[in-house]
Every structure is written in C-alpha cells, then in structure tokens.
Ligand binder design. Sequence first.
Ligand code: NCD
Length: 392
Amino acid sequence: MNSKRDFISIDDFSNEEIEVLFVIADKMNLLLHRSHGVLAGHLMGSLFLEPSTRTRLSFEAAMNRLGGRVITMSDAAASSFSKGESLADSVRIVSSYTDILVLRHPHAGAARLAAEYAPVPVINAGDGGHEHPTQTLCDLYALRQTKGKLDGLRVIIYGDLKYGRTTHSLALALARFGTDVLCIAEPGLNLPTYVRNRLTAMEGISEHSLVVADENSVFSGEEREALLYTKNPQGWQLSDNALKLAGIAFDAIYVTRLQRERLAQDDADLGQALPPIDARFLSHGSFQDAVVLHPLPRVDEIDHEIDGDPRSFYFRQAALGVPVRMALISFLLGHEMMRVERAPKRDEREWKKASCANPNCVMTKEGDYLQQKIWKDPQERVHCVFCDEMLD
Ligand code: NCD
C-alpha cells in the first residue's frame, strides 16, 4: 500500500496534525541557523508555473537548511509544457528524479492531479484561484505566535476573497479552529459559493450576512456587505442585520491584494474600492490589539506608513515560512512522526455524468486523459474532486 502523504488542501491535515506541525516548526525555528543535515541525500523538485518570490524561495531555503537539495523549474516557457506536454506526464518524469514535489500551477486542482500521478509526496504551493494551504500554515503559525492561540479569536479577512486563494484555505482553517471570521470583500469579490458551502458544511459553523457600518468612518462612511462565520454569534452586536464595529475588538486583520491577473472577463471592471489599511484605519478602537497580516506581495492595500507599527506583522509572517515549511517537508518525508488523529478522507468516486464546467479547473484544461471524480458534502451536493466547484 502506498502510504505517502500529500498536502493539497488545508483539509488534508487535522487540527491536531497542524498543532504538532507547529511544535516541530518551533524546533526548526530555534535551530534555523545550525546545519541540520537530517534530509541529506533527499532531493526536492520545485515546479513553479506562476510567479513566486516567497513561496518558492522559502521552500527552497527550507530544504537547503534541512541538508537536502533542490532542482527547480520556474519558467514554464523554458520547459516541455510549452511543447504541449501534459501535466500528468511532466509530473511522472520529475517525480522519478526526486523525493518530494512542490507545485505551483495556474489551474485549480492541478496539485490534486499531480498527487495522483506522482509516487512521491506532492505539496500544493497554490493552484489557480483555488487553495494555498502552505500559506495558511504560515498564517496560522503567525497568529499563534502573536496571539498565543487560534481558538476564540476574531479575525477579519479583507480584500479580494473571490480570487485570493490564500483566503479560501485560511477561512476554512480558522473556522475549524473556532475563530470567528468576518469576511469583508471588495464589491463583487466575495468568497466563492463552493468555499461558503465547505464552511457551512462544518459542524457548528453558521454564516451570517451582515452590513458593516462604522460611525467613525473607518470604511469611508460606506456600508459594506460582509459575511461572518462563527460557532458562537453571542458577543457580536448583531442588530437589524447590522454589525457596529465600535466596541468589538479584533485580533487580526488579514489583508489581500486584488488578484488582477485572475479577474475573469465579467469582473474586468472591478477595482479596489476598500480603503487601504493605514494609520487612520488602525487608530479605530476595534484594531487596538489587531495584528496586520498579509500573504504578500502587497501592492497598495497596506500603506507603507504602518510598516513600523508594532501591529504590522506581515514581514515576520513571511519569514516564518521557512521553519513552517521545514516542518512540513520533514513530516512528509517521514522524518517527523505524529501520533495524532488524521484528517478524515473525503469519499471520492468516479463520475460519468458530466464534466466540470469551471473553465479554470485542471479537469477542463487537461481534458481527455482525466476521469472526472466527485465528492459529496453532508448535504449530498456533488463537487469536482479537483477544483471543489459544485457539479449539477
Ligand atoms: C499569494 C499567492 O501567490 O497566492 N502569495 C504568496 O504565496 N505568498 C498571494 C498573492 O499573490 O496575492
């Protein structure tokens, strides 16, 4: 039996596994500048078919710090992808050279597909606008470092929540850990339905649709539609379906940029309407103890004037990517053991009825050689195994 572990979705790890991983990351962080050598003789393949600075370099730094080596492909145009080679064939080949694969790809579900064809562990370093689970590990680890816990926090996720893949994995993880999540999206760019369904399919999580208004005009006096995911709505001042920010203390605000490169034709007119996070924004009482997080790169959604503010944690958050990824690689390569409950496996089945209609799904893009598979949520809704969109 092939017992390899992949890390494709944040749902592939249980909360207990994530907690143990963070203990390993603590150890890695302490030993960061000493040579480990524990992965000497191991080779990582890093395939990045989309631009990356932090994710690729922190994975490669992590592998090097562990004593392993890396081969990398960061320019799809210079590879056989440009000659029309399928993702499955490329993955078969590169995994025959290496012990672990890290893949960033523009299509949703690409890492899931790669995991099917690679005999070695596959890590999803971002698949289109779908998920970015290792960024979520860094985000959760940053929250745990600054707030000491995840349970019972109040976190705002702010910006492009439709195409921002980091926000999807993060919202799913935070809800699971018992954090109240308030999603404030750019107009027209709220969480996709399949993410909302996955959130509300979780036991005890309920969704509230809110209008966020603020007397002190943090939001430029405009009202914003927002979604609140919570296990326990008590404590929020919910009245007339409106939430007054005043009096509510947030632990973090997680800011994302507009993913211009992913905006579909229908969304081409959408722009940045939310105010940037600046000193004025942070002066509101609700953000007195709120850390500011961002997966980076930042464009103009966080003003440079707050870079020196003690609440601005985004650069340190990025630095934590190395110990977190060291922990993940060591675990997937079997050098760290965990005796905790694993995440439940999804019930996946073949599906002959219809193919996925999502134009950005790897199923749609790679086409012919793939067999459509589905999973069913507790409400019996049928989802594509690759991109998680609903099939009807
Ligand atoms: C993010 C990504 O690529 O999804 N960046 C990252 O990996 N740190 C966020 C973004 O590009 O906006």
